[in-house]
Design a protein around this ligand. Structure first.
Ligand code: 9WO
Length: 244
């Protein structure tokens, strides 16, 4: 899969994408992520890409021309899906991440200043996505969040394909608590069951913890899963045991 990020801050994006698991995945050729500077398509000698908003008001708006030209250059003759990261978009979900991970050519458009001229959004944007209800100074961090969430779903990117299967098993539940060495730290002990070596008891305990946490912190997730008939019989048992 190829992901292009169109941004005024390619170095900031590149710095994140060169590190850790995504950096390794790129080096291994598992995902092709490229950052392109919209300013390279300013088309004027002062390299201007923004201007005052028609109708007045504070700040600056990104002009349509450089964004359009940048996109056409990056696209070439490929058929791309262009996503604009904005608080006005639909909220990103893991389900949408999995669907996007099936696509071949994604382009992520990062806005800056007070926004982007509406006409270029109408002209080239296929989808608007938000990563949550807050405002940032630009779309770079949301684009990196999206690129990260998609990349980890690609075959071979995660060391253990476990995270994959676990995720589908615990899809509508929050994660169970995790522990590592030492077995005692600041008077806090690792739950005995995890040291028991009894995999059946461990699995059961983890599922109970996941259900307990979800009921406490995100009851909406369980309700939705129950509604959609997505609860396993084991999960239904735990919920029933708990109520009695
Ligand atoms: C800033 C601003 C200042 C004064 C008056 C109006 C204003 N609007 C904005 C604004 O929305 N700026 C955005 C900054 C323009 C598009 C890129 N920016 C952005 C994207 N901020 N937050 C996001 C974002 C994207 C996806 N999910 C969450 C947040």
């Amino acid at each position: 899969m190829r992901i292009d990020i169109l941004t005024l801050f390619p170095d900031m994006c590149e710095a994140f994408l060169s590190e850790s698991i995504i950096g390794r995945a790129r080096a291994a050729g598992l995902v092709d992520i490229r950052c392109t500077n919209i300013r390279d398509y300013a088309g004027n000698k002062h390299n201007r890409v923004d201007d005052y908003p028609y109708g007045g008001g504070t700040g600056m708006v990104m002009q349509p021309g450089p964004i359009y030209d940048c996109y056409q250059a990056v696209r070439g003759d490929r058929d791309c899906h262009l996503i604009y990261l904005t608080p006005q978009g639909k909220t990103l979900t893991q389900e949408r991440v999995k669907e996007l991970a099936q696509m071949d050519d994604l382009v992520l458009l990062c806005g800056h200043y007070e926004g982007v001229d509406e006409r270029v959004i109408e002209e080239i944007v296929d989808e608007e996505l938000s990563i949550g209800d807050y405002v940032l100074t630009g779309g770079e961090l949301p684009a990196l969040v999206l690129a990260d969430s998609i990349s980890r779903m690609l075959p071979g990117v995660l060391a253990n394909e476990d995270a994959f299967t676990e995720e589908s098993h615990y899809g509508h539940l929050l994660e169970y608590p995790q522990y590592t060495r030492p077995p005692e730290w600041r008077d806090r002990e690792v739950p005995e069951v995890l040291l028991s070596g009894d995999h059946g008891r461990v699995d059961r305990w983890r599922l109970e913890q996941a259900v307990e946490r979800t009921l406490e912190r995100r009851p909406d997730l369980l309700e939705a899963a129950e509604e959609a008939g997505e609860l396993t019989t084991e999960e239904q048992d735990i919920l029933r045991d708990r109520k009695s």
